[in-house]
Design a protein around this ligand. Structure first.
Ligand SMILES: Nc1ncnc2c1ncn2[C@@H]1O[C@H](COP(=O)(O)OP(=O)(O)OP(=O)(O)O)[C@@H](O)[C@H]1O
Ligand SMILES: [Mg+2]
Length: 265
Protein backbone atom coordinates (compact mmCIF):
# COMPACT_ATOMS: atom_id res chain seq x y z
CA UNK A 1 0.00 0.00 0.00
CA UNK A 2 1.32 3.46 -0.90
CA UNK A 3 1.10 5.80 2.12
CA UNK A 4 3.04 8.94 1.12
CA UNK A 5 1.56 12.21 -0.09
CA UNK A 6 3.49 15.20 -1.41
CA UNK A 7 3.00 18.79 -0.31
CA UNK A 8 5.29 21.12 -2.23
CA UNK A 9 8.74 19.55 -1.69
CA UNK A 10 7.73 17.64 1.42
CA UNK A 11 6.74 14.03 1.57
CA UNK A 12 4.24 13.19 4.31
CA UNK A 13 3.60 9.64 5.49
CA UNK A 14 0.00 8.99 6.53
CA UNK A 15 1.08 5.72 8.13
CA UNK A 16 1.60 6.08 11.87
CA UNK A 17 -0.04 9.46 11.69
CA UNK A 18 -3.32 10.93 12.90
CA UNK A 19 -3.83 13.73 10.48
CA UNK A 20 -3.12 17.29 9.51
CA UNK A 21 -4.17 20.42 11.33
CA UNK A 22 -4.54 23.49 9.11
CA UNK A 23 -4.95 26.96 10.61
CA UNK A 24 -5.29 30.31 8.90
CA UNK A 25 -7.36 33.44 8.62
CA UNK A 26 -10.26 33.61 6.11
CA UNK A 27 -9.12 33.46 2.52
CA UNK A 28 -5.62 32.17 3.34
CA UNK A 29 -6.11 28.93 1.39
CA UNK A 30 -7.15 26.36 3.99
CA UNK A 31 -10.03 24.85 2.04
CA UNK A 32 -8.03 24.68 -1.18
CA UNK A 33 -5.24 22.82 0.62
CA UNK A 34 -7.73 20.49 2.31
CA UNK A 35 -9.31 19.68 -1.06
CA UNK A 36 -5.88 18.89 -2.50
CA UNK A 37 -5.08 16.57 0.42
CA UNK A 38 -8.52 14.95 0.24
CA UNK A 39 -8.03 14.07 -3.44
CA UNK A 40 -4.46 12.84 -2.82
CA UNK A 41 -5.69 10.56 -0.03
CA UNK A 42 -8.54 9.29 -2.18
CA UNK A 43 -6.03 8.47 -4.90
CA UNK A 44 -4.42 6.14 -2.33
CA UNK A 45 -7.85 4.52 -1.91
CA UNK A 46 -9.12 6.46 1.12
CA UNK A 47 -12.82 6.49 1.96
CA UNK A 48 -14.03 10.11 2.48
CA UNK A 49 -16.21 11.43 5.32
CA UNK A 50 -17.00 15.14 5.48
CA UNK A 51 -18.09 17.62 8.17
CA UNK A 52 -18.90 21.06 6.79
CA UNK A 53 -21.44 22.82 8.96
CA UNK A 54 -20.89 26.11 7.11
CA UNK A 55 -22.28 24.26 4.07
CA UNK A 56 -19.57 25.69 1.88
CA UNK A 57 -17.48 23.93 -0.75
CA UNK A 58 -17.25 20.51 0.83
CA UNK A 59 -20.96 20.21 1.51
CA UNK A 60 -21.59 20.19 -2.24
CA UNK A 61 -19.75 16.87 -2.50
CA UNK A 62 -22.78 15.25 -0.89
CA UNK A 63 -24.67 15.08 -4.16
CA UNK A 64 -21.71 13.37 -5.83
CA UNK A 65 -21.47 10.72 -3.13
CA UNK A 66 -25.21 10.18 -3.52
CA UNK A 67 -24.95 9.94 -7.30
CA UNK A 68 -22.16 7.34 -7.10
CA UNK A 69 -23.39 5.32 -4.11
CA UNK A 70 -27.11 6.01 -3.66
CA UNK A 71 -28.95 7.65 -0.77
CA UNK A 72 -27.13 5.57 1.85
CA UNK A 73 -24.15 7.86 1.25
CA UNK A 74 -26.07 10.78 2.80
CA UNK A 75 -24.61 10.16 6.25
CA UNK A 76 -21.06 10.60 4.92
CA UNK A 77 -21.47 14.38 4.63
CA UNK A 78 -22.56 16.29 7.75
CA UNK A 79 -24.08 19.75 7.84
CA UNK A 80 -25.12 20.02 11.50
CA UNK A 81 -23.23 19.49 14.76
CA UNK A 82 -25.61 16.61 15.58
CA UNK A 83 -24.78 14.85 12.35
CA UNK A 84 -21.07 15.40 13.03
CA UNK A 85 -21.39 13.83 16.49
CA UNK A 86 -23.23 10.84 15.02
CA UNK A 87 -20.65 10.35 12.29
CA UNK A 88 -17.80 10.45 14.81
CA UNK A 89 -19.61 7.92 17.00
CA UNK A 90 -19.86 5.54 14.03
CA UNK A 91 -16.21 6.14 13.21
CA UNK A 92 -15.17 5.38 16.80
CA UNK A 93 -17.06 2.13 16.70
CA UNK A 94 -15.33 1.19 13.46
CA UNK A 95 -11.95 2.02 14.99
CA UNK A 96 -12.69 -0.17 18.00
CA UNK A 97 -13.93 -3.01 15.73
CA UNK A 98 -10.66 -2.78 13.82
CA UNK A 99 -8.68 -3.22 17.04
CA UNK A 100 -10.86 -6.11 18.25
CA UNK A 101 -10.70 -7.96 14.93
CA UNK A 102 -6.97 -7.59 14.26
CA UNK A 103 -4.95 -9.11 17.05
CA UNK A 104 -3.21 -12.07 15.36
CA UNK A 105 0.14 -10.40 14.71
CA UNK A 106 2.07 -8.45 17.29
CA UNK A 107 2.93 -4.91 16.18
CA UNK A 108 1.02 -4.99 12.90
CA UNK A 109 -0.85 -1.85 11.88
CA UNK A 110 -3.68 -1.07 9.46
CA UNK A 111 -1.24 -1.05 6.53
CA UNK A 112 0.03 -4.55 7.38
CA UNK A 113 -3.58 -5.75 7.58
CA UNK A 114 -4.45 -3.96 4.31
CA UNK A 115 -7.32 -2.01 5.92
CA UNK A 116 -8.90 0.75 3.88
CA UNK A 117 -7.73 4.21 4.96
CA UNK A 118 -10.44 6.70 5.87
CA UNK A 119 -10.09 10.47 5.44
CA UNK A 120 -12.23 12.76 7.60
CA UNK A 121 -12.54 16.38 6.49
CA UNK A 122 -13.44 18.95 9.12
CA UNK A 123 -13.77 22.30 7.39
CA UNK A 124 -14.04 25.18 9.90
CA UNK A 125 -13.89 23.16 13.07
CA UNK A 126 -14.21 26.23 15.32
CA UNK A 127 -17.43 27.24 13.53
CA UNK A 128 -18.92 23.76 14.10
CA UNK A 129 -18.14 23.93 17.81
CA UNK A 130 -19.57 27.42 18.23
CA UNK A 131 -22.81 26.34 16.53
CA UNK A 132 -23.20 23.25 18.70
CA UNK A 133 -24.97 23.22 22.08
CA UNK A 134 -22.68 22.41 24.98
CA UNK A 135 -23.52 18.70 25.17
CA UNK A 136 -23.03 18.18 21.43
CA UNK A 137 -19.79 20.17 21.41
CA UNK A 138 -18.47 17.99 24.25
CA UNK A 139 -19.53 14.86 22.43
CA UNK A 140 -17.72 15.98 19.26
CA UNK A 141 -14.56 16.83 21.17
CA UNK A 142 -14.58 13.56 23.10
CA UNK A 143 -15.03 11.39 20.00
CA UNK A 144 -12.39 13.38 18.16
CA UNK A 145 -9.98 12.97 21.08
CA UNK A 146 -10.41 9.21 21.06
CA UNK A 147 -9.74 9.10 17.34
CA UNK A 148 -6.72 11.39 17.56
CA UNK A 149 -5.21 9.44 20.48
CA UNK A 150 -6.07 5.92 19.37
CA UNK A 151 -6.25 5.73 15.58
CA UNK A 152 -2.52 5.79 14.87
CA UNK A 153 -1.95 2.04 14.84
CA UNK A 154 -5.12 0.30 13.73
CA UNK A 155 -7.56 3.10 12.94
CA UNK A 156 -6.31 3.92 9.47
CA UNK A 157 -8.12 7.23 10.02
CA UNK A 158 -6.58 10.45 8.73
CA UNK A 159 -8.20 13.68 9.99
CA UNK A 160 -7.89 16.89 7.95
CA UNK A 161 -8.93 19.59 10.38
CA UNK A 162 -9.12 23.19 9.20
CA UNK A 163 -9.85 26.06 11.55
CA UNK A 164 -9.67 29.85 11.34
CA UNK A 165 -8.50 30.28 14.85
CA UNK A 166 -6.75 28.01 17.23
CA UNK A 167 -7.33 28.68 20.90
CA UNK A 168 -7.27 26.32 23.83
CA UNK A 169 -11.12 26.35 23.81
CA UNK A 170 -11.23 25.10 20.26
CA UNK A 171 -8.59 22.44 20.65
CA UNK A 172 -6.68 21.70 23.83
CA UNK A 173 -2.95 21.82 23.43
CA UNK A 174 -2.58 18.10 24.07
CA UNK A 175 -4.89 17.35 21.14
CA UNK A 176 -3.44 19.85 18.68
CA UNK A 177 0.08 18.59 19.35
CA UNK A 178 -1.04 15.01 18.50
CA UNK A 179 -1.47 15.98 14.85
CA UNK A 180 1.63 14.71 13.08
CA UNK A 181 1.39 17.44 10.46
CA UNK A 182 0.56 21.02 11.39
CA UNK A 183 0.16 23.78 8.88
CA UNK A 184 -0.31 27.53 9.26
CA UNK A 185 -1.55 29.33 6.15
CA UNK A 186 -0.03 32.79 5.76
CA UNK A 187 1.11 34.43 9.01
CA UNK A 188 -0.70 33.42 12.19
CA UNK A 189 -1.52 35.35 15.35
CA UNK A 190 0.69 34.47 18.33
CA UNK A 191 -1.88 32.30 20.13
CA UNK A 192 -2.52 30.17 17.04
CA UNK A 193 1.22 29.98 16.36
CA UNK A 194 1.93 28.76 19.88
CA UNK A 195 -0.76 26.07 19.63
CA UNK A 196 0.10 24.98 16.10
CA UNK A 197 3.85 24.84 16.67
CA UNK A 198 4.43 24.21 20.37
CA UNK A 199 7.97 23.77 21.56
CA UNK A 200 9.41 26.19 19.07
CA UNK A 201 10.63 29.68 19.81
CA UNK A 202 8.19 32.09 18.14
CA UNK A 203 11.09 34.36 17.23
CA UNK A 204 12.49 31.59 15.01
CA UNK A 205 9.32 31.12 12.98
CA UNK A 206 9.93 32.26 9.39
CA UNK A 207 7.73 35.04 7.97
CA UNK A 208 5.83 33.93 4.89
CA UNK A 209 4.46 35.82 1.92
CA UNK A 210 1.02 37.20 2.67
CA UNK A 211 -0.82 35.68 -0.26
CA UNK A 212 -3.19 32.70 -0.39
CA UNK A 213 -1.52 29.30 -0.57
CA UNK A 214 1.66 30.39 1.23
CA UNK A 215 2.28 28.96 4.67
CA UNK A 216 4.38 27.04 7.16
CA UNK A 217 4.46 23.29 7.58
CA UNK A 218 5.67 21.10 10.43
CA UNK A 219 5.78 17.32 10.44
CA UNK A 220 6.94 15.19 13.33
CA UNK A 221 9.41 13.42 11.03
CA UNK A 222 11.17 16.62 10.02
CA UNK A 223 14.35 16.93 12.04
CA UNK A 224 13.44 20.38 13.36
CA UNK A 225 10.70 21.84 15.56
CA UNK A 226 10.70 24.98 13.40
CA UNK A 227 7.91 24.98 10.79
CA UNK A 228 9.15 25.34 7.23
CA UNK A 229 7.84 27.67 4.49
CA UNK A 230 5.91 26.00 1.67
CA UNK A 231 3.50 26.84 -1.14
CA UNK A 232 0.30 24.82 -1.45
CA UNK A 233 -0.65 23.57 -4.93
CA UNK A 234 -2.81 25.95 -6.95
CA UNK A 235 -6.04 24.04 -7.60
CA UNK A 236 -7.78 26.77 -9.61
CA UNK A 237 -7.56 24.75 -12.83
CA UNK A 238 -8.64 21.47 -11.27
CA UNK A 239 -12.30 20.53 -11.31
CA UNK A 240 -12.38 19.26 -7.75
CA UNK A 241 -15.93 17.80 -7.93
CA UNK A 242 -15.11 15.93 -11.16
CA UNK A 243 -11.87 14.44 -9.80
CA UNK A 244 -13.67 13.58 -6.55
CA UNK A 245 -16.38 11.76 -8.49
CA UNK A 246 -13.88 9.81 -10.61
CA UNK A 247 -11.88 8.73 -7.58
CA UNK A 248 -15.00 7.70 -5.67
CA UNK A 249 -16.11 5.59 -8.66
CA UNK A 250 -12.69 4.02 -9.07
CA UNK A 251 -12.54 3.22 -5.34
CA UNK A 252 -15.79 1.27 -5.53
CA UNK A 253 -13.59 -1.62 -6.59
CA UNK A 254 -12.35 -2.37 -3.10
CA UNK A 255 -8.91 -3.97 -3.01
CA UNK A 256 -8.65 -3.64 0.74
CA UNK A 257 -9.59 -6.25 3.32
CA UNK A 258 -13.31 -6.98 3.52
CA UNK A 259 -14.56 -5.84 6.92
CA UNK A 260 -17.86 -7.42 7.96
CA UNK A 261 -18.49 -4.65 10.51
CA UNK A 262 -18.00 -1.83 7.93
CA UNK A 263 -20.77 0.69 8.75
CA UNK A 264 -21.18 2.55 5.43
CA UNK A 265 -22.10 1.39 1.94
N1 LIG B 1 -2.50 27.33 -3.27
C1 LIG B 1 -3.10 28.39 -3.85
N2 LIG B 1 -2.60 28.96 -4.95
C2 LIG B 1 -3.21 30.01 -5.50
N3 LIG B 1 -4.36 30.56 -5.05
C3 LIG B 1 -4.91 30.05 -3.96
C4 LIG B 1 -4.31 28.92 -3.30
N4 LIG B 1 -5.07 28.62 -2.23
C5 LIG B 1 -6.09 29.49 -2.22
N5 LIG B 1 -6.01 30.35 -3.26
C6 LIG B 1 -6.95 31.45 -3.56
O1 LIG B 1 -7.49 31.96 -2.35
C7 LIG B 1 -8.89 31.81 -2.30
C8 LIG B 1 -9.33 31.43 -0.88
O2 LIG B 1 -8.88 30.13 -0.57
P1 LIG B 1 -9.67 29.19 0.44
O3 LIG B 1 -11.11 29.21 0.16
O4 LIG B 1 -8.98 27.90 0.44
O5 LIG B 1 -9.40 29.96 1.82
P2 LIG B 1 -9.88 29.59 3.28
O6 LIG B 1 -8.72 29.78 4.16
O7 LIG B 1 -10.55 28.26 3.27
O8 LIG B 1 -10.93 30.72 3.57
P3 LIG B 1 -12.26 30.71 4.48
O9 LIG B 1 -11.80 30.87 5.88
O10 LIG B 1 -12.99 31.91 3.98
O11 LIG B 1 -12.97 29.43 4.23
C9 LIG B 1 -9.21 30.74 -3.34
O12 LIG B 1 -10.48 30.91 -3.88
C10 LIG B 1 -8.13 30.95 -4.37
O13 LIG B 1 -8.51 31.97 -5.27
MG1 LIG C 1 -12.49 27.65 3.76
Amino acid sequence: MQTFIKIDNYSINIRGSTGALIVGKPGSGKSVLVSYLLLKLMSLGAFPLIADTKRSDFYSLKKILKKVNGVQANNRVCATPNQVARMLRTLNKLMNDRYVNHTEYWGWDWVDYNLRPIVVVFDEFSATLSEADKATANEIINYLKQIIFKARQMGGIYVLLASQRLTADVLERNISSEFSTRIGMQNLDRVSLGLAFPGCNLGEVPIVENSPGHGLIYNDRFNTMIPQPFIAPDMSRVSIPKVFENLEKKNKVNNFEKESYWPWN
